[in-house]
Design a protein around this ligand. Structure first.
Ligand SMILES: [Fe+2]
Length: 472
């Protein structure tokens, strides 16, 4: 039995490819179908099942297109309902695959349809369990992402406790846990960067699996300190229950090559958003199309698109480092449901400049210059755009926090006539924020290269968070 974990860094998501004797199953596929079709073809296998651990909130999964391409059955756990054909597996139901089988274990809690999939190989052993968002490495799924549920967070957390104790923790100690997400995902609070582990090690190290934890303690622990989920999550849940535009149609429209004159005309339309997906260096050194937002493809691209672009149907045109990356960019937009991409600037910014069209530039300064000017008191509005939790744990004395993820709701607090100097942790988020400041009328905005990582290496006063209990 082949079990392959397919990790996608941008979304911190793990899909799985399972194959035995010419039959294959895909678990939690991303929007695009090609990688799964290619893997099955390489094995000479037929994709028989598409299993979903639950309706995902943080990406649009590709089960409908994949089922259409393969004739495979789409399988969810109990309670799932969708606008397309699905099969609701029962708790304990077995699905034969080649000479092995996959057993559905209903593990509600993260959502009510949430299910885990136990792999039984050709020899009858159970080497691994795919836990979806029930059990992560170092964490468990947050119990508040169900949309239109009559259940409270505490109700769901109670179900999660029972699922973990009765269905997962009773499995053999040496079984490998394969979750759906890793560090960086908003589906949990405190995930490890490891992508798999043994159950016994999780029992020893995962706070949520502590042997003597009561249900009440568990509920309190998993429902405390939850951040508001990113604004695109409800849209992705809705899309995951619906039939969406096919990925082929999205790709063919989104990869339209637009010459600079057409791109310029479209960029000037009020309902079109330009997103510059190039590297930080190319963006700052060469400048960009006026009004463009920077969201670089070499980072957590899709989650930031989802967090910042408020209309899921937003018309988007984009700039890319290489024309050959257009398909990748459109795919990554579509993974979080942004299907209304209309094309890219062919020949990139060089071609734009060759037509004599103007460019916008964001100011850029090193951490050394930033600290020097900060000490001299010459920076009008220096801001820290990291998350509030990062800011609370340590920040430069005197700097205000203006988190990037709240920029849409809080922008009214920005005085567009002032000069702003933005830093984040390493320079990706500050550049996104700077581009949005610029697009919204702040003429003087400067990005601090290297961010807090570079700043804290210098001689600068920092505040460290002091846990209240240590003050007693
Ligand atoms: Fe989830």
């Amino acid at each position: 039995m082949k079990v392959e974990q397919l990790f996608t860094g941008c979304l911190a998501e793990m899909a799985y490819y399972i194959e035995s004797n010419g039959e294959a199953a895909i678990v939690d596929p991303l929007r695009e179908t090609a990688p799964y079709l290619e893997m099955a073809e390489a094995d000479g296998a037929k994709i028989k099942y598409i299993f979903l651990t639950h309706f995902h909130a943080d990406f649009v999964s590709g089960q409908v297109d994949l089922a259409k391409a393969t004739g495979a059955k789409i399988i969810f756990g109990p309670n799932a309902t969708a606008d397309y054909d699905i099969y609701n597996g029962k708790d304990g139901e077995e699905f034969p695959l080649g000479a092995g089988k996959i057993t559905l274990l209903h593990t509600p809690g993260h959502t009510m349809e949430s299910s885990s999939y136990l792999i039984t190989d050709e020899a009858g052993n159970t080497p691994c369990i795919l836990t979806g968002d029930c059990l992560f490495i170092g964490d468990v799924g947050r119990p508040d992402l169900a949309v239109k549920s009559d259940l409270t967070q505490a109700d769901l957390a109670g179900h999660l406790y029972d699922s973990l104790r009765n269905k997962i923790m009773t499995l053999p100690d040496d079984i490998i846990v394969y979750p759906n997400h890793g560090a960086g995902s908003s589906c949990g609070k405190n995930m490890s960067s490891e992508t798999f582990d043994t159950l016994i090690h999780q029992k020893e190290t995962n706070y949520a699996l502590r042997a003597d934890m009561t249900k009440e303690e568990f509920i309190k622990e998993v429902t405390t300190g939850l951040k508001t989920p990113p604004q695109y999550f409800p849209n992705n849940v809705r899309m995951n229950k619906s039939i969406n535009t096919s990925i082929d149609t999205v790709l063919s429209k989104g990869t339209t090559a637009l010459d600079p004159a057409t791109f310029k005309e479209m960029s000037e339309q009020k309902d079109v958003l330009v997103i510059d997906t190039r590297s930080k260096e190319a963006y700052t050194e060469e400048g960009t199309v006026p009004g463009a937002w920077f969201i670089g493809i070499n980072g957590s691209f899709a989650p930031w698109v989802g967090a910042l672009v408020t209309d899921i149907n937003q018309k988007i045109i984009f700039i890319t480092d290489e024309d050959t990356r257009a398909t990748e960019v459109v795919t990554r937009f579509s993974r979080v449901g942004y299907d209304n991409t209309l094309g890219y600037l062919t020949g990139g910014i060089k071609n734009w400049k060759a037509q004599g069209f103007e460019v916008d530039k964001i100011g850029s300064m090193s951490a050394v210059e930033f600290v020097k000017e900060l000490k001299a008191g010459t920076l009008e509005k220096p801001l820290d755009v990291r998350k509030d939790t990062e800011y609370i744990s340590e920040h430069v004395v005197g700097l205000e926090n203006f988190p990037l993820d709240g920029i849409n709701t809080n922008f009214a607090a920005i005085d567009t006539s002032k000069s702003y100097y933005l830093h984040c942790a390493s320079g990706y988020r500050s550049l996104i924020a700077a581009s949005i400041f610029k697009a919204n009328g702040v003429d003087n905005v400067t990005d601090v290269r290297g961010g807090f990582k570079a700043i804290k290496e210098l001689d600068v006063p920092l505040t460290a968070y002091v846990c209240p209990s240590t003050l007693l």
